[in-house]
Design a protein. Sequence first.
Length: 596
Amino acid sequence: MVRGIGASSGIAMGRAFVIPTWEWDFPDKLIDVADLAYEFERLYDGIRHSKDEIEQIKQEFVSVLGEEQTQIFDAHLAILEDPVFMNEVQGIMQRQYKAAEVAVKETIEKFVNMFDLLDDGYMKERALDIKDVGNRLLKHLLGALEETLPPKDEPYVLVAKELIPSQMVHLDVNQTLGLVTMMGGKTSHVAIMARAMGVPYVLGVEGKLSTPIQTGDYLIIDGDEGLVFVNPPEQEIERYRQRRETWKAQQELLLQLADIPSQTEDGMTMNLAANISSIKELEQAIAKGTSGVGLFRTEFLYMNRTSFPEEEEQFVVYREVAERLNGKPLVIRTLDIGGDKHLDYLELPEEENPSLGYRAIRIMLDRTDLFKTQLRAILRASHYGNIKIMYPMISSLDELRRANDVLNEVKAELAEANVAFRADVPVGIMIELPAAVMISDLLAKEVDFFSIGTNDLVQYVLAVDRMNEQVAHLYDPFHPAVLRMLKITVDNAKRFGTHISVCGEMAGDVRALPIWIALGITELSMSVSSILHVKNSLIQSRQSEASTIWQELAACPSSTAVLQVLGRYWETGIAAASKGPKPSESDNSRPASGCC
């Protein structure tokens, strides 16, 4: 057994099919100067064929991924149109008299190596996109390098050193049991596609296997725990077979909870909202009985494309989500870009520590043209549903007031143009910085609501980059310092009558549910896959039981002690005596892609 990184949840069991590592292997040849024009024509012809192929794949795959996620292929088209990429290829051809395929190969290697050297997980994953596009272009130039495709007549667990989106396109979802890759990242396009397809995926097992996986090896992959078993003994196979059947049965039972009220046995109602980034996720959330959308990550409208989305395009999306929710609340977070989220067409300064740098509201307050475009779209959509506006990364009253000044300017412009919008649209902020926590009494006086973004709050409180493997083990949402930050924020919100909710991984972790009940939190927003798990635990709980444990939690000196208190609650409280599966660490849902 080896432990990698779980990138898409679920259990897969079956024979491995290993995609051999594809290497460029052709002689370096020089061309005659008289043939240079012909080589350029070959290059342009290959680009045209590649772009046509990508467009066709995008159209074929839209039914599997949805419109939002197929923008992955827009990024591939952008590479083929990128002047820096093309200038490099053409320069090699003109200066060194090399054939088109050789120039493309060397350009790909240069950019991939350059990105791999960067201490930035996002840019490392974008190197895969360049490989993918280069692979496609080289196939058209060489007329060879056919992909090794898995069998069509039997199910398999696909294994590769790394996967690229174009390989995912060719997969038969009904035959693909799961995925294992030696490399990759949870925010890669392949990981996003795997989650959208519902295929269990474990990545990052390079260097952890005693012997390489071979085609035909029997594998068990646990996408929740990030485990891979190679040719396990029969008792392990049987154990996971039972776990898989239990998991399937639990999913069917959980679906029956979608339409029942989300409240404790003694009547405390807790709204369970969804974090979404696309219409496809919204459909899944509605099917699971969501109370609304507590976080719409608008940055995904801006990603995997070549330019900023226009106001009308944003308006159409926001309106559709609001209308589909049929009066349920929709909290739209303004653009949260920077840090680990980049836009290829937005030049940002290189930073030693981008998480502490130029990002989110800091960018939007500088680029008020972008900010106003988004706010106009949101305000126009507010006429069609229960929309709320939320600013990310607020650290001071000045930032909040400057953001509201821009919002008021947009309102005045729309009113003057006789454009319909909701003038009293609620405005809130994410509490994700320790600075915001410590002045939450001041902020609470000037906003309609708080949303505690637990992912970033934990990261900043503990000074731990959870994407950094060397310190990720220190990322601890149950650290006493985190609990104290939560208490300060909740107390200040209640003091000034400001609505407060919680979002992020901690909101979807059933172990933390007694904390929210004890603090009097009445709204959680989480990944879609977590909603029914949390509801299952909520309906087995009693407010009277959970509300008594806060003093004990507040006195805990460590996260181990905190988890022991929570564990005793689930073992001895009303939840343990109720029907349904008991909450445990294995119930934790993992977000589809970055949450709060």
